[in-house]
Structure formats: C-alpha cells, structure tokens
Design a binder for this molecule. Structure first.
Ligand SMILES: Nc1ncnc2c1ncn2[C@@H]1O[C@H](COP(=O)(O)OP(=O)(O)O)[C@@H](O)[C@H]1O
Ligand SMILES: [Mg+2]
Length: 480
C-alpha cells in the first residue's frame, strides 16, 4: 500500500483511494490522470479485495490498454488474469462474441472497417438507384455513424430535411446488408452492445454483477453510446471512476462530447470530484499559453494548472502562406535548433491534426535530408495486397461476406466482369440462395446457372478454390 501511493501527490492519492460510488477526476494533460487510473486498479485489487475479473477499464487506444496493463502488473507484481481492459470497441466486440446467441449475429461476425463500409455503401446506393456522385458514400456513412453514436436505430430516425430522407431510406438497407453479411461496423459494436444490454435483463444483470468497478480514461472523448454503456454496466452499485479533461474534447467529429463530463455530474450528483492541478509534463510558459486559450471555454471546471518546471522556451506562432511553406519552415527550424543546441533528431516531434497533412511535411523533410519516422499513418493493413489477402481469409471464414467476395472475385484477374457478377447476383436472388450456397453449388457443378466462356470457368475455379481451402481450414490443417 505504501509503495503504491508513494510517488503520488495528495490529490492523486485522494482519487486513487476514494471509497465506493462514482468518482470524477478532472485535470489538464500531463497532470497524472492515467497514472491515477493505473494506481486505482492496483489499489482495488491489492487493498480492497477486488479481483481483476471484477474490473472493466476502458482506454482510448489499444496501445494505451497494453501499456496500462503492463504498468498495473508491475505495480502489483503479478498477472491480471481476467481483467477486462481495452478500448470500448475491443471490450464490446468480445462481449458481443460471448453473447452472440442473444444478438442477430453469430460468434464469428466480421468487423467492417471504413473501406469495407464504403464498398458496401456503394453497392447499396446502386441498388436503391441513388447517384453516388450526388450522395457520396462517405457522407451517407457519416450521417449513419452519427445516428448510431446517438443510439438512434433505423426505425427511430425522423429526418428533418432532404438529405435526412435519403439517409432514412438507406440506413435500414445498410443495416440489413451488414446483418446478411454477419458483419458489424465500428459504431455497431457499441450500439449493438447497448441494445443487447437494454433488451436482455439476464445478460445485463450478469455483467452488472461481474463488473463491480468500471474505470474510464479520457472520459471527455466518450460519445452518447459509450456513456450509456458505462451507465448500464455500472449500475446499480455505480462504482464508476472516470478520468477526463474537459479541455481536450478534440474528437468532436466522432460524436465525442466533453459535455458528458457535465452530464456525469448531473446523473451522479453524489459523485466525488477530484481536481488535479499539478502538471508534470510542461513548463509554466506553455501552461500559461494553453490556459489563455482554454479560458474562453465557458463549460469547464475552473482549474489553474501549475508546475514545478518554471521558465522554458517561449511558445511561437508562425502563420505560413501554404502547406509547402509550412513544411519548409518546420524542417528549417528543426535543422537549425539541432545544430545550435546540439540536439538529436529524436528530440523533435511534429504533430498535425489530420493524416492528409503528413504529405507536405514529409516532402519537406525529404528535401531537407531530415530522417523521420511516421507514427500511425496509412498502416500495413491498408495496403492493397494486404487487404486482398485479408479479404480472402475473411471469405474463407465467412462465405457470406459479399464485400470481401466482390473485392477478390477478380483478383487475380479471372475474366469475371461486372455484367457476369450482375447475372450471378440475379441468380442468387431468383433462387433465394445465400452467397455461400450459390458458391457451393457452382463449386460442385450442381448450380442451375452458368456463365459463358472465360467468366464461367473463372467463377468455378474461384468457387472450387474457396471450397477446398475452407475444407482444409475446417480440418484444422495448416495452409502451407
Ligand atoms: N506524482 C507524480 N510524480 C512524478 N511524476 C508524475 C506524477 N504524476 C504523474 N507523473 C508523470 O507525469 C507524466 C504524465 O502523466 P499521465 O498520467 O500520463 O498524465 P495525463 O494522463 O493526465 O496526461 C507521466 O510521465 C507521469 O509518470
Ligand atoms: Mg492520460
């Protein structure tokens, strides 16, 4: 216990050792919020007789979850078997698989990412005769995502304008297509979990009983669906420990809403509130500059950040003419400071708001001969060949996955054009066959349907390939 709270300031200690009931910890960045959450998990398991299995801890990224688990294990000395720690999406995905019997999906459901969603939406817009140039798949998907984050199901949606009516038309079709493909999109993971818990009292009570303590990091970035999930699982004991920063509500585009912090105070008026004011990351000059901006926000808990780290470099604002000049300015500053102050390249970090902005910045670094490492960015799983291979694997796993089917049916080229695919789909509809059934029939030569020429042979080869590989996979064989 002493070890555990050593290295915490008095306010942090108060938060870590708070009693049962709701607790709200608010503070600016670098004030030790995540540290408090980590110590709280260790404290609950070491000093309060709570087992790791009884704790659900939510972080904002998978990486943060892994780090937090490791830190708690180091603090406690020992493994955390049964602890549920991860992002909302990861925790919901696991829960939905475990409780698949109570959902419209099977345990093997797929999770569609943005590209999968786009392909599916393109198919749907065609089906319902909407011009995708007029209503871009991205825009329609964005609207549906916003509805899901607000927990508005297709039946509950009341459109207010013309675009809304389009969305109201497409949303149920999209939702049905996902179900037919045994797939969920990211927002579904949350919404379907909330629906499951709302509708099935038995399931709800099981999780409420299991999770005696619920802890949330970066609470200011939660959306309505996530907040509802916390409320549901946290009840009835309401041992809900949230850590957040009202000044960091940067994810508004995902439906995140820092006003959840205010809502929390309204929903749990008895909540203990702890404000952390000491900052461990920045110098006073930086804190003052940040505060001068943030003070304009009227919906925040007043807090005056302070640090022991006086002085420091002044904050500079530079308004560039365009992105190219911006890149050159940043590259120039880095090269100069490195020389003048004897710094290493790894002493510098450049942040930007959207991924698209990395391009001019990278170009400037290349021009200036500055080595750099891109964090995040368009990752491995976004590369075309990787996505193709994933689509094959998914199709083997779930032969009804029409999005993956469309992606790879002609990769490598098998002479199966759009017309042939239309005929194939028309046949499936006419004979009321699922994609899996249709492909099986084609593979086995029992289909009451053929394509002529190259396309016919191509489709059959493809179907046979899928059938054979699936048989191998089911037998538990290695594919090599
Ligand atoms: N009481 C403390 N004493 C020393 N360092 C601390 C203390 N609290 C936090 N820190 C350090 O400050 C940094 C920021 O902490 P973190 O928990 O990530 O803050 P936040 O989540 O509020 O941004 C970390 O490097 C952490 O180890
Ligand atoms: Mg943090």
């Amino acid at each position: 216990m002493d070890d555990l709270i050593k290295g915490l300031n008095p306010k942090q200690r108060e938060a870590v050792t708070a009693g049962d009931g709701p607790v709200l910890v608010v503070a600016g960045p670098g004030s030790g919020k995540t540290r408090v959450l980590t110590h709280r998990i260790a404290y609950l398991t070491l000093d309060r007789g709570i087992t790791p299995r009884q704790i659900m801890a939510v972080t904002f990224t998978n990486k943060a979850a892994a780090e937090m688990r490791e830190r708690v294990e180091r603090l406690r000395g020992g493994h955390l078997d049964g602890l549920s720690i991860g992002t909302f999406h990861a925790i919901c995905a696991r829960l939905l698989r475990m409780e698949a019997d109570f959902t419209p999906y099977t345990r093997e459901f797929l999770i569609y990412d943005t590209d999968d969603q786009q392909s599916l939406m393109k198919q749907i817009l065609q089906e319902v005769n909407l011009n995708e140039r007029q209503f871009s798949p991205g825009r329609v998907l964005g609207a549906i995502s916003a509805l899901k984050n607000e927990l508005i199901a297709p039946d509950d949606y009341q459109p207010h304008d013309y675009f809304g009516e389009i969305v109201a038309r497409v949303y149920p079709v999209y939702q049905k297509a996902l179900r037919d493909n045994n797939a969920l999109d990211f927002d579904d993971l949350l919404m379907q979990t909330v629906l499951l818990l709302r509708e099935h009292q038995g399931v709800r009570e099981r999780y409420q009983a299991r999770y005696v303590h619920v802890l949330i990091d970066e609470f200011q970035d939660t959306n309505t669906a996530q907040y509802e999930l916390v409320r549901l699982i946290g009840a009835p004991q309401n041992n809900i420990f949230v850590v957040g920063d009202e000044d960091q509500g940067i994810y508004a585009f995902r439906g995140a809403d820092y006003r959840n912090v205010l809502q929390f105070r309204k929903d749990y008026p008895q909540a203990q509130v702890v404000v952390l004011e000491q900052n461990y990351r920045s110098t006073q000059l930086i804190l003052d500059a940040a505060r001068a901006v943030i003070d304009k926000n009227q919906h925040r808990t007043p807090k005056a950040l302070f640090t022991d780290r006086a002085g420091g470099a002044l904050v500079t604002i530079y308004q560039a003419y365009n992105d190219v000049e911006e890149g050159d300015f940043v590259a120039g500053q880095i090269a100069r400071m490195r020389q003048r102050e004897g710094l290493k390249w790894s002493d510098f970090a450049v942040m930007y708001r959207t991924n698209a902005q990395s391009q001019p910045m990278e170009a400037a670094f290349v021009r200036a001969g500055i080595p750099y490492r891109l964090i995040g960015g368009v990752g491995f799983y976004k590369r075309r060949e990787v996505r193709d291979l994933m689509a094959y694997l998914r199709l083997i796993h779930n032969p009804n996955d029409s999005v993956s089917f469309n992606r790879v049916v002609n990769v490598p080229g098998r002479g199966i054009g759009t017309k042939s695919l239309e005929q194939f789909n028309a046949w499936l509809n006419r004979d009321r066959l699922t994609l899996a059934e249709g492909l099986d029939a084609v593979a086995n030569g029992t289909a009451a349907f053929t394509l002529s020429g190259k396309a016919g042979k191509g489709l059959q080869d493809f179907a046979v390939l899928l059938r054979d590989v699936r048989a191998l996979a089911e037998a538990g064989n290695d594919l090599t």
